[in-house]
Write a protein that binds this ligand. Structure first.
Ligand code: GFB
Length: 309
């Protein structure tokens, strides 16, 4: 990617897209092509095609997707499956048709089977049944990977697929019904502290294990792969360390300075028991994370206090 290359970041207002834009700008790439949802509906095939025909971006990051936590995933199956299939298919097809040099597709580690061995190697894809609470999203993302691979195989189109683990950071969604666990708990403990609540409720048993990578590390890895990797095989983006939801809650409680109790809502699902990436492929390619969970949490909590009511 040259400094003057036209780079389209689909989803630039989202958590990952905005971090990718920060990374690109920090590295001197100022020729960014950005469209908000109201300016370009990515589910509209004709609008996407017209946009690509007019602007012919040389590089494309697909960070646009319908995303959400365990509750949103289970309650909006059509959006998680249909909208994501449309968004990614429209962009990949148009990028190929209008001669984009290289495309980077962002997936998720929920593509892997629910009960696969840990840490999760890239080759475990499609080796077993998916987790029920995120199967719609997972199927859409698997289709996106396969479409990138199909365009590479049939037309030699340089599309790569990157699979970030659970991520968090500034610009995250803090809505308690649709968010992921980390922003939800930051908000719950913060509000518990402000309101001097006796307890804060966390969903499920607290036993599931998750891996959390700061979004600035994710953006750095995506940039690294876009500039250094040209293969059809998927690449995990993670730190290779996980933590139980209860330990995460305790860490957030301490970061926020909340003094009350933690209680569990066992009517809410746990989801996948464990999801930790094997990052040896990424490490071999030359990239490692730099932001620890403790540092990232402090930074994100600071951002939350400065940017939300
Ligand atoms: O982050 P999360 O919503 O999604 O939930 P997944 C992770 C774990 O945290 C689950 C528990 O065991 C939740 O029950 N949890 C505890 C909470 N308290 C809360 C809370 O207040 N809010 C939320 N949201 N969870 C997502 C997938 O799975 O991971 C997506 O649904 C995507 O498709 C994403 O792949 C990365 O980690 O279970």
């Amino acid at each position: 990617m040259q400094k003057t290359s036209t780079i389209y970041v689909a989803g630039h207002n989202g958590l990952v897209g905005s971090a990718i834009c920060r990374k690109l700008r920090a590295n001197g790439h100022d020729n960014l092509l950005l469209r908000s949802h109201s300016e370009l509906d990515l589910c509209d095939q004709y609008a996407v095609r017209a946009f690509f025909e007019e602007h012919k971006p040389e590089y494309v990051f697909i960070a646009a997707a319908v995303v959400g936590g365990i509750h949103a995933n289970s309650t909006r199956p059509v959006n998680f499956l249909k909208d994501n299939l449309q968004i990614q298919t429209n962009i990949i097809e148009s990028a190929y048709l209008f001669k984009t040099t290289k495309l980077g597709f962002l997936g998720s580690t929920c593509i892997y089977p629910r009960d696969c061995p840990q840490p999760i190697k890239e080759e475990y894809l499609l080796s077993g049944p998916l987790e029920d609470t995120n199967k719609w999203y997972a199927i859409a993302k698997i289709a996106g990977i396969k479409l990138c691979q199909a365009y590479r195989e049939q037309y030699n189109f340089n599309a790569i697929s990157m699979m970030p683990t659970n991520l968090y950071g500034p610009g995250d969604n803090f809505d308690l019904t649709s968010s992921h666990v980390l922003p939800a708990l930051l908000r719950k403990f913060h509000e518990g502290k402000i309101n001097q609540a006796e307890s804060v409720t966390i969903w499920g048993t607290g036993k599931p294990m998750r891996e959390f990578l700061h979004v600035d590390d994710v953006a750095d890895a995506c940039y690294y792969l876009m500039t250094n990797y040209n293969d059809g095989d998927i690449v995990n983006i993670g730190m290779g360390q996980d933590i139980s939801i209860l330990d995460l809650a305790l860490l957030i409680k301490e970061t926020v300075g909340y003094q009350g109790e933690i209680v569990f809502d066992s009517t809410k699902p746990d989801g996948t028991p464990r999801k930790m990436t094997d990052v040896s492929r990424l490490h071999k390619l030359g990239w490692q994370h730099t932001i620890t969970l403790e540092e990232g949490l402090k930074h994100t909590y600071q951002w939350y206090k400065e940017n939300t009511d």
